[in-house]
Design a binder for this molecule. Sequence first.
Ligand SMILES: Nc1ncnc2c1ncn2[C@@H]1O[C@H](COP(=O)(O)OP(=O)(O)O)[C@@H](O)[C@H]1O
Ligand SMILES: [Mg+2]
Length: 372
Amino acid sequence: MRLANFRSYVSAEIVTSGRPVVLAGPNGAGKTNLLEAISLLAPGRGLRGATLSEHTRKGPAPIGALWGVSATVNRGADSCEIGTGLEGTPGGTTRHVRLNGAPAQSSADLGELIQMAWLTPAMDRLFVESASGRRRFLDRLTLGFAPGHARASLRYEQAMRERARLLKYGPRDPAWLAGLEQQMAENGLAIIAERAAVISRLNSALAERRNAGAFPCAQLGLDGDADRMAAANGEGTPDAFREALERTRIRDAETGRTGFGPHVSDLLVRHTAKRTDARDCSTGEQKALLISIVLAQARQLSHMREGFAPILLLDEIVAHLDATRRAALFEEIVALGAQAWMTGTELSMFAPLSGHADIFEVAESRLTRISE
Ligand SMILES: Nc1ncnc2c1ncn2[C@@H]1O[C@H](COP(=O)(O)OP(=O)(O)O)[C@@H](O)[C@H]1O
Ligand SMILES: [Mg+2]
């Protein structure tokens, strides 16, 4: 993995073996920046959800150099080169994405090549904050199973924005609006169906381990008008979806928001053993639930893809875990064969991984390999 002009890094190269990776170092050393760079090799805006220009390194010379991240992805005998970054255009800058040297249309294309999930300290409040974070989390998990999910989401959002613009500024041409609502209906139902399929896969993977493992069993569900409608009528009813949008035109024009669709759905999570909603659990329990869900996804993906588990980015993951749970997490990651990138301030926390991981110390945005 290589990066240039990325946040605190002028440049860096990190060579890994496919085993888990540990990045240990003090606050501000550049650990999260590295994980963020990796996360940009998956569809979307990365683990901080930042704007593209925020990634470019600020500070003394070389000013004006734009950020770039690239990696060689090895899977058994297959290998591919992927890269992304900003490049200058006459109108400013745009993001480029390259697969094996050839330009791709958008970052959505990366989903075919790389499956990734992440947990960050910012997600510690996932269950108590607004639904958007939970939707993003669910969509990230969904992408692992359904790479087309990124494209369906893009098309849905494009049509939704266009419809909102027409409702606000006009012309309120019924045929034009109906065309956009049709596009929203088709892609919206695809999004709902993919999310529902992933939830049912994850629920069975979680239930299989109900009484085993150090992490609690969770049960996931989807909540939203559009989800209920799709479930009640089966999946093949774009007409019903389109009619629901048509009925809400006036309300949407008044509020300036689109009130119906998968973009307002929520992910519900229950702590099975405690029979409570995740939002009512302690911070530590919430973190354990998230880990449990991410590991269930990794197990499922690994089953589906002949042992190739997704890449996991686990920022400050050990901070909340006691020694038993820490050991259980490491054991599961090693058993999965997942390339989990884990950060922490104390190298000693990762002692059980010695001999099973690529271990690096990070200081002032420089990496030093500790393990062989
Ligand atoms: N665009 C940027 N240009 C230069 N430095 C940045 C940029 N964005 C963040 N930084 C700096 O990167 C440093 C390391 O951040 P981070 O990777 O989050 O550290 P940590 O090791 O604690 O996870 C911080 O000091 C931050 O100020
Ligand atoms: Mg950090």
